[in-house]
Design a protein around this ligand. Structure first.
Ligand SMILES: O=C(CO)[C@H](O)[C@H](O)COP(=O)(O)O
Length: 220
């Protein structure tokens, strides 16, 4: 089974968590989420409305006839579904490969349960193999980059990419993330940082992990 098939398998398994009708749910961004949204069409009556984490996800949801609501309209939500770029044994994550990390973090924070969908290639012992995306306001980019170097990383400007919030992204390579909660706070404290893709304080509650035989394990 290739990686796309594993993404489809884990998206299928995540559907089991939609076990009520008329739920308001949150939705992440990325190819795994896109497979999940396609499958969600078959159980539409279980979904009253969706809070989206990106313009791309909103467009896909609307094209399939889902009701998309602003988080300001809904208050807290029951479930948040999203993929990730890396996940450790404590369900702490690196996200942001697609650049939607800030809104993803906001919607995840509003959810009672964050259900993360990954394939086995993304399950790691130590976070940081995948570059950490840091979203910055454009005028602060160089300042933030220098601070990230002091934290031991090698930031690379994601040229030509602008986030849905008008921010820019620095992809930080070679971080040794031995203490994810502390590093999350340290990066949050740099002036000019909007948000970043380390989800440590609020990681996933449940991670579903598909392997190459199509089996899906649950990590809590
Ligand atoms: O964090 C994300 C987007 O900002 C995605 O969840 C992450 O990049 C995984 O994407 P995919 O499901 O396409 O592998």
């Amino acid at each position: 089974m290739n990686q796309d098939d594993m993404k489809k398998a884990v998206a299928r398994a995540a559907l089991d968590y939609l076990n009520e009708y008329d739920m308001v749910i949150g939705m992440g961004t990325g190819s795994t989420v896109n497979y999940f949204i396609d499958l969600l069409s078959s159980v539409k009556s279980r979904v009253d409305a969706v809070v989206s984490s990106s313009d791309a996800t909103t467009a896909k949801l609307k094209a399939l006839g889902f009701h998309v609501k602003e988080l300001n309209q809904t208050g807290d939500i029951l479930l948040y579904f999203d993929g990730a770029d890396e996940c450790d044994q404590h369900n702490r994550l690196i996200k942001g490969g697609g650049g939607a990390l800030t809104r993803e973090k906001v919607v995840a924070e509003a959810a009672e349960k964050f259900i993360c969908m990954i394939d086995e290639t993304k399950r790691v012992d130590l976070l940081g193999g995948f570059p950490l995306a840091v979203e910055v306001i454009p005028m602060a980019r160089s300042l933030v980059a220098r601070k990230l170097v002091k934290l031991g990383g090698q930031p690379v400007f994601r040229q030509g990419f602008v986030t849905d919030n008008g921010g820019e992204i620095l992809d930080v390579h070679h971080l040794k993330i031995t203490d994810p909660v502390t590093l999350e706070q340290e990066i949050n404290a740099i002036p000019g940082v909007i948000s970043h893709g380390l989800f440590a304080r609020r990681g996933a509650d449940i991670t579903l992990i598909a392997d190459s035989s199509g089996q899906v394990k649950t990590q809590t």
